[in-house]
Ligand binder design. Structure first.
Ligand SMILES: Cc1cc2nc3c(=O)[nH]c(=O)nc-3n(C[C@H](O)[C@H](O)[C@H](O)COP(=O)(O)OP(=O)(O)OC[C@H]3O[C@@H](n4cnc5c(N)ncnc54)[C@H](O)[C@@H]3O)c2cc1C
Length: 180
């Protein structure tokens, strides 16, 4: 398997005088507006100030591009909303199944595994200083909503709560609801 990187083509935006960001995209506000008032960006090219991550992000996921379009459209209509979706992607891995991810974690200090690869079902949690930053799952889609809620909550998990992340019988919906 080969993972090949890509770079967004920002030449047109550059020639139009739009401000670019440090991650190679077109610099946008939390509401996806570029440096030119009334001009919005969406998808791979959009480097926006994320209220979820507390800084600028540029994400190359199909679902992100789809949801950017909705936020940009609302703001074109004058709604003044920040893009608050937790980035998500899925990818089909040959005959093995579907891999899904919410995040992203740019850095993490701890990984916690729920389930096992041998069983064909697992979620790998990525935490930075006790805070859930991302989750990658294979066969455990039910962990994604709690993961989104935990990422948005940004709370430091104690030992028992981190233990629940590893326990396939623990109620993650209840845990994430308590912390949200
Ligand atoms: C090999 C590969 C595998 C991927 N796998 C996954 C995956 O498994 N899961 C996932 O979530 N995401 C995946 N992605 C990422 C996903 O495809 C992108 O995040 C998504 O397509 C971005 O949508 P977009 O609209 O921003 O850009 P695009 O889909 O690239 O659309 C941009 C369009 O603008 C057109 N365009 C560019 N410049 C001009 C111009 N000057 N005038 C007019 N038209 C122009 C282009 O031709 C293109 O049609 C993958 C990407 C690649 C390359």
């Amino acid at each position: 398997m080969i993972g090949a990187g890509v770079m967004p083509d920002v030449q047109l935006a550059q020639r139009a005088g739009l401000q670019l960001g440090e991650r190679g995209g077109v610099r946008c506000s939390a509401g996806l507006e570029t440096s030119a008032a009334g001009v919005f960006a969406a998808g791979d090219i959009c480097e926006y100030e994320s209220i979820v991550h507390g800084g600028a992000v540029r994400i190359e996921h199909w679902d992100v591009a789809f949801n950017h379009g909705k936020t940009a459209a609302l703001n074109m209509l004058g709604r003044d909303v920040a893009h608050g979706e937790v980035p998500y992607f899925y990818s089909v891995f040959a005959d093995w199944g579907e891999l899904e991810y919410v995040g992203p974690a740019y850095a993490w200090s701890e990984e916690i595994v729920r389930g096992s690869l041998a069983d064909g079902e697992f979620t790998n949690w990525y935490l930075q200083d006790g805070v859930v930053k991302a989750a990658l799952t294979f066969g455990r889609s039910q962990d994604l909503d709690p993961a989104r809620a935990l990422i948005v909550a940004g709370e430091v998990l104690d030992d028992a709560q981190r233990g629940a992340l590893a326990d396939v019988d623990a109620d993650l919906e209840a845990l994430s609801a308590r912390l949200s």
